[in-house]
Design a protein around this ligand. Sequence first.
Ligand SMILES: [Ca+2]
Length: 296
Amino acid sequence: MRRSSVLVLTSVTLLAIVLVLVSASLAQPPASAAANLVQNPGFELPATTEHDPPSNWTAYLVTDPERDVSPNVHSGTYSAYLHNNGANYTQVNTVAVSTIYKFEAYSMANAAATEIIRIDIRAANGTILDTHTWSGTNHGWERKLRYITTSSDAWDALITLKVTGGGSPEAWFDDLVLEEKVSTSCFIATAAHSPSDPSVQTLRDFRDRYLVTNPVGRALVSAYYAVAPPIAAFIDEHPALKPVVRVALMPAVAVSTVVLSTTLVQKLAMLGGLTLVFSATAVWLRRRAVREKVRV
Ligand SMILES: [Ca+2]
């Protein structure tokens, strides 16, 4: 392979590594803990009996008992209990535009039932902008998890919990979460030992100023949130990797620091300078290769 090609390939690879590492920083939790937007998320209210409908949820075709008790709960005293074909609970929560949310739910279904969990991100006029759906049958408690990035015209999120099926379909739902960009299994914080580490803060600032503010950055963030938890868990289980991760993140921290601490003119000047250096080096290597070929 020509040296100029090697140079270009190396540059592209380095750039890709830096991008991946910067995106890795996106697993940082925000400065303050995010609140769960779902009202009565574990179906614990009212604290009376399972024969009383859960607060804050709109019911359709739901009949007594509206909730179930141990052992058919994921946590707490109650779970939502649907046992008529087509029965559902819904809840609507306002969401912010251009924001990453974590959505999580637990559900269980018997062999006669298909349980459906669905979240629709809608515009102010009710148009559905984005939909995420899970369905299953005949299984114990299962966790559903997705990171969702809202668009610039997002207004609210409609959560639907539903059961379908003939015979005696039964489905249970519990412990719903809809909260703003939170990841507790964060491998930078784990690697850096402290979420207040200056490097972590730099990467967090870079994310907030340059990534979640544009569609490409948000896509990167979403992709990262989709794959990060198992990686974070693996690093957490293998502490020997932490120093390696810290070192590997240095280029991302350095790039973020430079980007955050320079003006647009300075950034353009540096970009121009780097382009000149790379171009000049590529041309020089190419000429040298040609000269060597002529000599041969
Ligand atoms: Ca519960």
